[in-house]
Design a protein around this ligand. Structure first.
Ligand SMILES: *Cc1c(COP(=O)(O)O)cnc(C)c1O
Length: 360
């Protein structure tokens, strides 16, 4: 049997044929495929504007520069890929880590408690963790009541609709819902934000090649956009497959010590299928389980270790925040394989292997 990773891309014949066509064309970058891909993305997200970029981190970087001012304090989650919090630092602003709730996403009640007391908070950078779409009503309430900016890191939720947030970003890394190799996008309904981000993507130049700001080369190529165009057609079928896997896993783990992070919900697009296991009650450690699963050719991963406890963040003085939910969660969480081409036999093999390793 081949190795079963926690996630991987699906590349099919249609992806290949379109790709070759673009390679043979006049434009490998800055051509029409980029605009076509951007249109697909803003339509799917119900947004007015899209700027494609070279990866999800670039999307976060430019969004942070467009939304934040130096010194702003920004509420964010310890339960994300490091890039979410890093983007706040790129803008010389200050991340403030807030604990998570049961489903692994930032605790918006706690955000509100902080916003009531602390008027120096200018924004929330939230993540729709694992694919579960954030509570839009709560975000709207926080935005309107406290006059703050909201960025949704939707790297786990390609296809999430933009409603009240200022910006939503996506990633097209191969483990995400759709891929362009490396790639990312920013969507917004705000024309000024759109124009600023578009300018920063292209060295800080406007359409007349006047350099107005210190920008970057964060463009997505036509080659990548072509892959994105064939991939995005399959987004909903990929999501369907991930949701079916989640349903089947939920059922398979009923009455076992393996607890799904949340029970099946259509509001999750299942970028990750996360389970919680209370290792304090077992004779085996999480590291040993990861190692034994690897021996069985199954990749399981931890999403995530708390960002605020990373060595670099500790060197900045972070790490001692009161985040009991996150602390417990990060000890218990494991992401098990979930991707569209994972067969039913493979899913059963993952379930059996995990239960076997835990009982060993
Ligand atoms: C993948 C990911 C990113 C970064 O995206 P890249 O395209 O790899 O740069 C940012 N935030 C979250 C939550 C992610 O999962």
């Amino acid at each position: 049997m081949n190795f079963i990773p926690y996630s991987k891309q699906v590349i099919e014949d249609d992806d290949l044929s379109n790709f070759i066509e673009t390679l043979k064309s006049d434009f490998l970058t800055t051509g029409l495929k980029v605009n076509e891909f951007e249109r697909e993305i803003y339509e799917i997200s119900n947004a007015k504007y899209c700027v494609s970029v070279s990866n999800g981190t670039a999307a976060l970087h430019l969004s942070a520069l467009a939304l934040l001012c130096e010194g702003d304090r920004v509420l964010t989650t310890p339960n994300s890929f490091i890039a979410t919090a890093n983007s706040i630092l790129y803008a010389k602003a200050t991340p403030v880590f807030v604990d998570i709730c049961e489903d692994g996403s930032i605790d918006l009640d706690m955000c509100e408690d902080i916003l009531k007391k602390d008027t120096s908070i200018k924004a929330i950078f939230a993540v729709s963790f694992s694919g579960k779409i954030l509570d839009k009503k709560r975000l709207k309430h926080l935005k309107n009541t406290y006059n703050i900016k909201i960025l949704e890191d939707n790297a786990h939720t390609m296809g999430a609709k933009l409603t009240y947030s200022d910006i939503s970003i996506f990633s097209f890394h191969p483990v995400k819902h759709i891929t362009t190799g490396e790639g990312g996008a920013v969507v917004t309904n705000d024309k000024a934000l759109y124009e600023k981000i578009k300018m920063l993507r292209n060295h800080g130049q406007d359409d007349k090649h006047q350099m107005l700001d210190l920008g970057f080369n964060y463009r997505l190529s036509d080659i990548s956009s072509t892959l994105g165009l064939s991939q995005i057609k399959k987004l909903y079928s990929f999501i369907d497959k991930r949701q079916s896997i989640a349903k089947r896993y939920d059922k398979a783990f009923q009455n076992t010590i393996v607890k799904p992070l949340y029970s099946f919900t259509k509001t999750s697009l299942y970028h990750l299928y996360v389970v919680r296991i209370d290792f304090s009650k077992l004779d085996i450690s999480k590291d040993e389980v990861i190692k034994k699963m690897r021996e069985k050719k199954i990749g399981v991963q931890v999403h995530y270790k708390p960002i605020n406890k990373q060595p670099y963040y500790k060197s900045l003085g972070y790490g001692d925040e009161e985040t009991p939910m996150m602390d417990r969660y990060s000890k218990e969480c494991l992401s098990i394989p979930c991707y569209p081409t994972l067969s039913e036999d493979e899913q059963q093999y993952v379930v059996n292997s995990l239960l076997e390793v835990l009982n060993a």
